[in-house]
Design a protein around this ligand. Structure first.
Ligand code: ATP
Length: 199
């Protein structure tokens, strides 16, 4: 699996539609200060489900939508499309190409799609679990992240190793099952109260 293409429209400094094609191997993005290099990695994190606006260098979600310039009005929404080549079947998905889309509106709402089919953020999270690619993955190492990893508490560092060896999925499923069990127990308690009232 590798990152094949990134399409941006209305995202931060990219008002018009921009397509970046990535070849296999190493790609370097170079440009003057402020030309939008970091905006590209922000877009990748955002489409993979990043919810922390701070880490995307804004204060609210709508800050990622093109804010207008001297001769252009601000835009109402932005769209990010990330294409991954999955011809090696690395992702548990029956397609050789996986396109993840996120649309963000000024209202702060987001819409997510996998191969043009609407989905939930949770579906994207689950698709990338244990691949190292998701929003908590280690495939994007931002400025200062290495220091953060080195000085992190052992429990926090452990998360990175768990993702790498493929057990995050089981931890996630266990937590989900525990949440469901708690909800079922709460419902049982409520049912018992009703039964007692009716008796
Ligand atoms: P450096 O080399 O200094 O780190 P960079 O190439 O990584 O710079 P970015 O930080 O990616 O640059 O881009 C910053 C530019 O993006 C700034 O010019 C800023 O005005 C612009 N920008 C950020 N958010 C928006 C927005 N919502 N609308 C329009 N432009 C934006």
């Amino acid at each position: 699996m590798y990152l094949k293409k990134l399409e941006l429209q209305g995202f931060k400094s990219f008002a018009d539609k921009v397509t970046l094609d990535f070849e296999k191997g190493v790609t370097a993005i170079v440009g003057p200060n402020g030309s939008g290099k970091s905006n590209i990695s922000d877009a990748i994190r955002l489409v993979l489900g990043e919810q922390s606006i701070k880490s995307l260098r804004g204060s609210k979600l709508e800050d990622v939508i093109f804010a207008g310039s001297e001769n252009r009005k601000p835009l109402g929404f932005c769209e990010i499309n990330l294409t991954l080549d999955n011809s090696d079947g690395y992702l548990p998905f029956d397609y050789t190409e996986v396109v993840i889309t996120r649309k963000i509106f000024r209202s702060g709402e987001s819409e997510f799609f996998i191969n043009k089919t609407p989905c939930r953020l949770k579906d994207i999270y689950e698709l990338f679990l244990d691949t190292g690619v998701g929003k908590e993955g280690y495939s994007i190492i931002g400025q200062g992240r290495i220091d953060e990893i080195l000085s992190a508490k052992p429990e926090d560092r452990r998360q990175i190793f768990e993702e790498a060896i493929g057990i995050s999925k089981y931890r996630y499923k266990k937590e989900e099952a525990e949440r469901k069990l708690t909800a079922a127990n709460d419902n049982l308690l409520r049912l018992n109260d009703i039964v007692v009232e009716l008796e």
